[in-house]
Design a protein around this ligand. Structure first.
Ligand code: CU
Length: 217
């Protein structure tokens, strides 16, 4: 007698951090510029975070320059100027006034600190209710075995939003794997204790075992 079994393996959770970031709007930070200071003079952001500075020059025109990020804008007096960027590299960057505004213009500076994003890790989603896929009759008959690789998109409640076949086997096994996984429920991935959407690669291995126990002896 032949028995069909299957084995599951996670490869990894790919980019839940990214997905969560893309969904988030830019973080807004209000600033003012006047002779000869920026307020705040120190800004802290997370690596990869979309940032939108809203800067108002209060006493005359000033400028904002962050060389490493290729930013150089004029700040018109009394007008709020938006400066949007994503800081991809952690580190400390100096920003300074780029418009000559007086004898101490050269001292009008501040610091942008980009903290590494790696400090908060994303946990792997755990399967709560994951019934096995069934062998398709054709594949069973043909003795087809192997691994179907799936891309699985989970929402922040652990529900399967989408399943795509990354590497298929054919003979109906891909459809069987997708059909099964679509019904699965997960404990969602978490970042800093908060549930987040996750995107992961999943391996479903179909294997036919020769059952060792004979029915009659
Ligand atoms: Cu200046």
């Amino acid at each position: 007698m032949r028995r069909a079994t299957f084995i599951l393996g996670f490869i990894m959770v790919l980019s839940s951090a990214l997905a969560a970031q893309q969904a988030a709007p830019a973080r807004e930070i209000k600033m003012t510029a006047k002779k000869y200071e920026f307020t705040p003079a120190e800004i802290r952001v997370k690596q990869g975070e979309r940032v939108r500075l809203l800067i108002t020059a209060t006493d005359r025109d000033h400028g904002l320059e962050i060389k490493e990020l290729g930013i150089k804008v004029r700040l018109k007096e009394g007008k709020e100027t938006p400066v949007e960027f994503t800081a991809d590299k952690p580190g400390e960057y100096e920003f300074k006034c780029s418009v000559r505004c007086g004898w101490r213009h050269g001292s009008m500076k501040g610091k942008l600190i980009v903290e590494p994003a790696g400090s908060s890790k994303v946990s792997v989603p755990k399967c709560l209710d994951c019934p096995q896929p069934e062998y398709s009759p054709e594949a069973r008959k043909a003795g087809l075995q192997g691994t179907v690789v799936l891309w699985v998109d989970l929402d922040d409640e652990g529900r399967v939003r989408d399943v795509q076949v990354a590497k298929g086997l054919g003979m109906g096994l891909d459809e069987q794997a997708v059909r099964a996984v679509q019904r699965w429920r997960y404990k969602p991935a978490e970042r800093d204790g908060k549930p987040v959407p996750a995107y992961m690669t999943l391996e479903v291995t179909f294997r036919i075992e020769q059952d060792a126990a004979p029915l009659s002896r």
